[in-house]
Design a protein around this ligand. Structure first.
Ligand code: ADP
Length: 620
């Protein structure tokens, strides 16, 4: 903006300067012309008087008498030079060597010759009228420079007097500088009071006002393209132009204050500046107002967002005054979002509360559980203790029972052999029943003892490689009495000769005898028992299969528990106490194997003993 203003100011100044200069020149030109016209007229009149015969005569008279001449003809001739404005100023006739011959005019000054402009003063008694820039040729009529006397400005006009081409004298006339009232009015009409008009000597040694009073000379004058800027001690700088009056040693100077040049552009510039400022302020005000209407809703949104971030979920953004639809929509969406956040927050708070309640509940339950757990631990310890006591009791009891039972067996055998005398058939039958009952009882007690030992962890194992074929071969011999008694078929499918299991040979036999005894016990007479074995990778399975009564599915798991008997009938006194399978599974497990069962009620059961395979064998 400052650049624009500077350029505008320069342009205005330029235009104003051109216009002012044109006006000044317009006034200067007629002034110069008028000056020249009047100078020429004055010189012409002066030359004419100088060539008057009365003048020549007066000079001749003076040369003869050496006294001032008072000749009416001379006075008439000189009176032609009188001008109304200069009335009373001297008009004189001089000899060529500087002697005054005659004069007219009031207030005649004796030393008036001394007041002549320097270039007009007699030098060595001779008036030299060589004027710089004057009309060509010596001793022609001419005007002198301006000078001051008694507060007025004067100039001399001088014309030589010739006789036969010889200069014999001079006519000199003092003129007062004054511009007539009409010219003054014209000037002030054209330019107003601000214009100053001067006449100055071309040598610049003297300045006169338009009214004919001495004027202050400038301290400095700076030339410009169109004129000059003049500085005087008492006044502001002024802009001037000047015009030389041909034929006179002085010139016209017109001056106006610089302010006349710069005031108008400055005023215009100030107006432009003012208008620009107003426009700028208006723009700023509008921008501010618009900005406020745009930013206020955004600030409101921001404040609301901050409040919500601090947990004030009930806060809403008021964007009602927003200018743009977008901001209005933004405000509405924002408020909807805040409502959802508030609802979620409530939901979350109630969930947290619920979770806290649940947590407290859990803690309570946990405490109870811990209490229960310690109760259970105590109960378990008590149970273990009781179990141990039970095992001890069973072991002791079994051991104590075996002694009398063995005694019963021994004495029964002695009686049967007739060592104590002959035994009749009835007695023999009774003895046989006693012996059988004794064996059954002994077997039961052995079972209980075994179980008790297992429970107490007193059983030791010697695991070795056991060739399966020989282990199975021993079995038939051991169970054949029972097989025969019940007329059952027994088939062993002999395994590969090199099939070897890792087992304690005694415990393996005990398990297999147990499984075969059960197969016999729980099958109807005439049923069939099959034993076969298979190798599966590093395991070997031994299957004991019967066509007996089978086991109901819901009982399959339970039969391995101690003292469990399925469908026990009181009329089958030879059956065991429900320890056989329990003992067998414990033994199998202790040897790193398993014992499992598959069964269908009415069709039969298959017990499968799985053991690790011994080294040095190959798959069958
Ligand atoms: P016990 O034979 O002395 O009763 P076990 O532990 O040997 O005890 O057997 C538990 C129960 O499993 C038996 O009472 C019987 O009901 C059932 N059981 C065992 N083996 C067979 C089988 N081969 N067929 C049918 N039931 C069987």
């Amino acid at each position: 903006m400052s650049l624009t203003l500077t350029l505008t100011y320069r342009a205005l100044l330029r235009a104003k300067s051109d216009a002012l200069h044109t006006r000044l020149q317009g006034l200067l030109r007629p002034l110069v012309q008028a000056g020249e016209t009047s100078s020429r007229a004055r010189i012409a009149v002066l030359a004419k008087v100088a060539s008057d015969t009365a003048v020549d005569r007066a000079l001749r008279t003076f040369a003869a008498t050496k006294t001032p001449v008072a000749d009416s003809g001379l006075y008439r001739a000189l009176a032609q030079l009188v001008v109304a404005t200069d009335s009373g100023l001297p008009i004189e006739l001089w000899t060529a060597d500087g002697k005054r011959v005659a004069q007219i005019g009031k207030g005649l000054q004796v030393d008036s010759i001394a007041t002549l402009a320097p270039e007009l003063r007699p030098r060595n008694g001779v008036i030299v009228s060589q004027v710089p820039n004057g009309p060509p040729g010596l001793d022609s009529a001419r005007l002198g420079a301006l000078y001051a006397a008694n507060g007025r400005v004067y100039t001399w006009a001088v014309a030589p007097v010739f006789r036969n081409s010889e200069r014999v004298g001079y006519i000199a006339q003092q003129r007062r500088v004054a511009v007539n009232a009409q010219t003054k009015r014209l000037i002030s009409d054209l330019f107003g009071e601000e214009l100053s008009v001067y006449l100055r000597n071309s040598t610049d040694n003297f300045w006169s006002s338009l009214e004919g009073t001495p004027a202050n000379q400038p301290i400095r004058r700076d030339s410009t393209k169109d004129g000059f800027i003049v500085y005087r001690s008492e006044a502001a700088p002024r802009l001037g132009v000047e015009g030389r009056i041909a034929g006179a040693p002085y010139e016209w100077v017109l001056e106006v204050p610089v302010s006349a040049l710069v005031d108008e552009p400055r005023t215009t510039l100030r107006q432009i500046l003012l208008v620009s400022l107003l426009v700028l302020l208006g723009g700023v005000a509008i921008a501010w107002a618009v900005g406020r209407r745009i930013t206020r809703p955004l600030v409101e949104l921001t404040t609301a967002a901050e409040a919500i971030a601090q947990g004030q979920y009930e806060r809403r953004a008021n964007t009602a005054g927003a200018m743009s639809d977008e901001v209005l929509r933004l405000g509405t969406s924002f408020n909807r979002m805040v409502m959802e956040v508030e609802a979620s927050q409530h939901e979350l708070a109630s969930q947290v509360e619920e979770a806290l309640t649940v947590s407290e509940e859990l803690e309570r339950t946990n405490t109870q559980l811990q209490e229960t757990s310690s109760d259970a631990e105590e109960a378990r310890d008590a149970a273990l203790e009781a179990n141990r006591a039970k095992s001890d009791f069973l072991a002791v009891m079994s051991h104590e029972l075996r002694t009398p039972l063995n005694a019963i067996g021994g004495y029964t055998e002695i009686l049967q052999l007739g060592i104590y005398g002959p035994v009749n058939d009835q007695q023999k039958d009774a003895l046989m029943r006693i012996a059988r009952s004794q064996q059954t009882l002994l077997a039961l007690i052995n079972d209980v003892l075994n179980f008790a030992k297992l429970e107490a962890g007193e059983v030791s194992y010697t695991i070795t490689d056991v060739p399966l074929r020989s282990a199975l071969g021993l079995l038939e011999e051991l169970i054949s009495p029972q097989l025969h008694a019940r007329k059952m078929t027994y088939a062993v499918h002999p395994p590969e000769p090199d099939l070897i299991v890792r087992a304690d040979p005694d415990k393996l036999q005990q398990i297999l005898i147990n499984l075969l005894s059960n197969a016999i016990k729980y099958s109807a007479p005439g049923a069939r028992i099959d034993v076969h074995s298979e190798a599966h990778g590093d395991k070997i399975q031994i299957h004991v299969q019967d066509t007996g009564i089978g086991i109901a599915p819901e009982r399959l798991d339970k039969i391995f528990d101690p003292f469990i008997q399925v469908g026990r009938a009181l009329n089958r006194p030879h059956e065991g106490v429900g320890l056989g399978l329990s003992i067998s599974r414990d033994l199998a497990t202790a040897m790193g194997g398993t014992l499992s069962v598959k069964s269908i009620v009415g069709q039969g059961s298959t017990f499968v003993l799985t053991l690790a395979r011994g080294k040095g064998t190959t798959d069958a």
